[in-house]
Design a protein around this ligand. Structure first.
Ligand code: HEM
Length: 135
């Protein structure tokens, strides 16, 4: 049974463009991960200001493996560097790029501020799904 992992990002209005640019230049590593099925960056239009990073995986194990992999770290290198530079020690980024290794000197996006000011991971099991013509 597939699982859906959604990272809900709090993004200040003035950082939206920066966030979307970061994703436009994302590492593209997740595509190679075993058990990876789908990714979407969802921009909020109405009802919420929260950006959603939607991912779907063949299994919980596949997601866990990716999350503890080099590929995950690589896909979040800049986010980790910025978080280390800016966030309080146990700030919002609990389950995310938690490595406090040496950051990249020099900043992308704004004055080196992280594009997201908070992140929360949601987990779901896919109970039903449909696609066009798949009945
Ligand atoms: C503190 C937590 C997190 C923050 C602030 C965060 C933020 C970001 C940002 C800004 C990027 C764009 C790449 C970059 O700028 O380096 C990114 C990439 C990505 N994030 Fe996160 N993220 C976090 C944790 C997670 C988690 C738990 C997931 C699981 C659903 C996830 C899924 C992804 C995916 C799939 C990409 C694209 C990576 C690739 O192309 O290989 N993120 N994230």
């Amino acid at each position: 049974m597939s699982v859906v992992k959604i990272n809900a990002l709090t993004v200040p209005a003035e950082m939206r463009a920066a966030l979307e640019q970061r994703f436009a230049g994302r590492a593209g590593m997740v595509e190679q991960a075993d058990g990876f099925e789908w990714f979407e960056l969802l921009r909020p239009i109405e009802g919420t200001d929260t950006y959603l990073v939607y991912t779907r995986w063949r299994s919980e194990e596949d997601f866990q493996k990716w999350q503890s992999s080099q590929a995950f770290e690589e896909g979040h290198r800049r986010a980790a560097a910025e978080a280390a530079a800016n966030a309080p020690a146990d700030g919002a980024g609990h389950s995310g790029p938690g490595h406090s290794g040496p950051g990249h000197p020099g900043g992308h996006g704004g004055a080196g501020a992280p594009a997201a000011s908070g992140a929360t991971l949601w987990s779901f099991e896919v109970v039903q799904s449909a696609a066009p013509g798949s009945d």
